[in-house]
Design a protein around this ligand. Structure first.
Ligand SMILES: [Zn+2]
Length: 409
């Protein structure tokens, strides 16, 4: 299966290179707008590529210094935009003719070459070599994976200019091996939280201590900078913000990778998360920051899971923290404290997040009961797998040395 990803990277360019890129963008936008003008005669919108090629290619080559591939890309951009306008017209909706103003231009493998840490880009006056600005600790970021991994091919990029900097949005693709979906699909349930960012139905805990520590540090720092109120302080606040985001993202990437490995090493084909809608109402201590972190984490896992042939599902979170994962009894009193789950009916007792993770997994089985084929048949626990026939212990060879119902960190 082919998987495609886009990775954004800032460029380090000299003033002369920046001038050349600006001139290239200017002429690219001019070319796209020229094609739009040619395509519209006041009554009829032409969207056929071959006709517009005939009509505009020589003119644009003559009046610009653009690489021939830029001339073609500008035309393609104009045609895409025209087609969407014509689509709206045909539905009776109002739409004005496209005008290209935002600063971008498109690259493909013929007018750009992408390397591990730099790209060579055609401009209106020959090629330039632009270095990528990569994160200092680039371990486990998309940059390392999609730009430097052997399995990923860079197929093209869009150059953007925003607030004084050039960025490449590089398109990459890879062929990934997808295992045949297992008929006996097994679910890894995941509970998300403020104290433990993630806990799996197999009993693995990822503490949120590091994230919380950084967040506190960041909030303090920002507060003291804001009190200064100077322009310098304002810029520092933004710089701290960018640095923070990078550090958090990297940490969440690491958790996502480990979560995925946990699913794969336990033979799971599906990873279940709770649906994040209204999560801040359900977890009283969750701030906007936590919601952001949960969304980042689930989207990283979804991306990485797809590449490995696993699927990610979101389940209804209702009562996952109050329901007993052992007997199904649901009551608020089952949850005497934040960390503790104690069933008032059967006496089952465990860490509350672990109990919730198992429920998230079960939820997927329950909602899919009766579904034909492909529906997961079991939830992986650290003591075995639970399916319709009850608990089946995991063979010793698979989980040797892991204590049932234990807490790892
Ligand atoms: Zn119970």
């Amino acid at each position: 299966m082919e998987v495609r990803r886009t990775v954004q990277v800032k460029l380090d360019v000299t003033d002369e290179q920046a001038d050349l890129l600006h001139e290239t963008i200017d002429e690219f936008l001019w070319a796209a707008n020229y094609v739009v003008d040619a395509a519209w005669d006041g009554e009829w919108a032409e969207t056929r590529s071959s006709v517009l090629h005939e009509q505009t290619y020589d003119d644009v080559r003559e009046q610009t210094r653009l690489h021939s591939n830029h001339v073609q890309s500008a035309r393609d951009c104009a045609i895409d935009a025209m087609q969407s306008v014509v689509g709206k017209w045909s539905k009776g909706e109002y739409a004005s003719l496209p005008t290209f103003t935002s600063r971008f231009c498109d690259y493909n493998q013929r007018n750009a070459t992408f390397h591990n840490d730099h790209a060579s880009l055609s401009t209106v006056d020959g090629r330039i070599t632009a270095d990528y600005v990569l994160p200092d600790e680039d371990r486990d970021t998309p940059h390392t994976e999609y730009l430097q991994g052997d399995e990923w091919e860079q197929t093209g990029a869009t150059l953007h200019y925003r607030r004084g900097d050039f960025y490449l949005h590089i398109r990459t693709k890879a062929d990934v091996e997808t295992p045949e979906p297992d008929e006996n699909g097994t679910v890894l349930g995941v509970d998300l939280g403020v104290k433990n960012i993630a806990v799996t139905s197999t009993g693995v805990f990822w503490s949120a201590d590091e994230l919380s520590h950084w967040r506190r540090e960041y909030v303090e720092r920002q507060k003291s900078l804001q009190e200064c109120g100077t322009r310098w302080a304002h810029e520092s606040v933004q710089a701290v913000g960018r640095k923070k985001t990078g550090r958090f993202e990297q940490s969440l990437h690491r958790v996502a990778n480990e979560l995925l490995e946990e699913a794969i090493s336990n033979g799971c084909t599906v990873i279940a998360f709770e649906n994040l809608t209204d999560i801040r109402d359900r977890i009283p201590k969750a701030r906007r920051f936590h919601e952001w972190a949960f969304r980042q984490l689930t989207s990283y896992v979804s991306y990485k899971a797809e590449e490995r042939g696993l699927s990610v599902e979101q389940v209804n979170p209702k009562n996952t923290s109050r329901r007993c994962s052992s007997c199904g009894f649901t009551d608020e009193a089952n949850r005497p404290s934040q960390d503790t789950f104690r069933c008032q009916s059967c006496g089952y007792e465990n860490h509350a997040d672990y109990n919730a993770a198992k429920n998230v997994g079960y939820r997927l089985l329950r909602t899919q009961t009766g579904g034909e084929g492909g529906a997961p048949v079991g939830v992986r626990l650290n003591s075995g797998m639970l399916n319709a026939n009850g608990l089946q212990p995991v063979p010793n060879s698979v989980r040797a040395g892991v204590h049932a119902e234990s807490q790892q960190s």
